[in-house]
Design a protein around this ligand. Structure first.
Ligand SMILES: NC(=O)c1ccc[n+]([C@@H]2O[C@H](COP(=O)([O-])OP(=O)(O)OC[C@H]3O[C@@H](n4cnc5c(N)ncnc54)[C@H](OP(=O)(O)O)[C@@H]3O)[C@@H](O)[C@H]2O)c1
Length: 180
């Protein structure tokens, strides 16, 4: 699965057609609670420009060595996933009424745990992991679902359910792996 962060030009193309789908493959780790609370205001209720600014300030903090004192975790997956979901929420907030009237869906999706080269180094228990083909099923159900469910519009969706945006707690296992 490829994933990206929404941008204005790209989103306009993907979901601009009535009945279109803009689905960003994010992660359960993309809910706000997975980040240090000091960082929440940067993403909560943010516009697309504000999300871009938050990511840019994270990048700058990494470069100048102040990221950890500002609360950014070492494992880049969490801020990048929160930023993806925040960006989807920002785009969705601008388009919700028109999109729902036209049957267009903008959402983020978590495929659940999938056994891939990307995920292997980061988790200790793979007993519940799906194959990529198994994981595609719920994602495609979301893509092809008709009519668009307003409860899922603009949300992070996992196995057909919207995850609470403020949920989650910061993971520690992966940051420990990155501690020299
Ligand atoms: N695996 C999990 O448990 C899990 C759980 C939740 C969310 N996710 C998310 O699902 C997404 C896919 O992860 P995955 O586990 O399926 O990884 P994967 O099997 O390793 O696939 C990664 C994909 O990203 C592409 N890619 C990597 N760098 C790229 C770049 N710079 N430009 C364009 N494409 C690039 C790769 O293309 P090539 O094959 O051409 O290199 C590959 O198709 C990620 O966003 C991940 O965070 C995964």
């Amino acid at each position: 699965m490829r994933s990206c962060a929404p941008s204005r030009r790209c989103c306009g193309r993907a979901a601009g057609r009535p009945g279109g789908r803009l689905i960003v493959v994010a992660s359960t780790l993309g809910t706000l609670g997975h980040l240090d609370p000091r960082l929440h205001p940067r993403f909560d209720g943010a516009t697309l420009d504000q999300v871009e600014y938050a990511v840019e300030s994270w990048r700058s903090a990494v470069h100048v060595g102040t990221a950890e004192e500002a609360g950014w975790p070492r494992w880049l997956n969490v801020p990048s996933k929160v930023a993806q979901v925040a960006a989807v929420r920002a785009v969705a907030a601008e388009r919700r009424e028109r999109d729902l009237a036209e049957g267009t869906l903008v959402a983020a999706v978590c495929p659940g745990m999938v056994d891939t080269a990307t995920s292997r180094p980061w988790f200790s228990d793979y007993s519940q992991a799906q194959s990529p083909a198994e994981a595609a099923r719920a994602v495609l159900d979301l893509v092809f679902g008709e009519p668009v469910d307003p409860v899922l519009y603009g949300e992070l969706v996992r196995f057909g359910k919207a995850l609470p945006w403020h949920g989650g707690t910061p993971p520690t296992e992966q940051d420990r792996l990155l501690t020299p």
